[in-house]
Design a protein. Structure first.
Length: 70
């Protein structure tokens, strides 16, 4: 019976297989995608209309609530 050092779960021969490299790449890409999705979800929304000012906006307030006098 062979005793493995602490922290090693798989033998070296397993780490050299192609399937293990493919699985590692999949896990890495999956982690990056979920991290990007989580960051995008907590970031504030950006609306294009806030960045681009068009000329056809109303100059008067048409709301039923009166605008505060400036």
């Amino acid at each position: 019976m062979r005793v493995l050092p602490l922290g090693i779960l798989l033998p070296d021969s397993t780490l050299d297989h192609t399937w293990f490299a493919v699985l590692s790449a999949f896990v890495a890409i999956n982690t990056i995608m979920y991290t990007a999705l989580a960051l995008a979800k907590i970031a504030p929304k950006i609306y294009l209309s806030d960045l681009v000012h068009r000329r056809d906006r109303r100059t008067t307030n048409r709301s039923i609530h009166p605008a505060p006098d400036d």
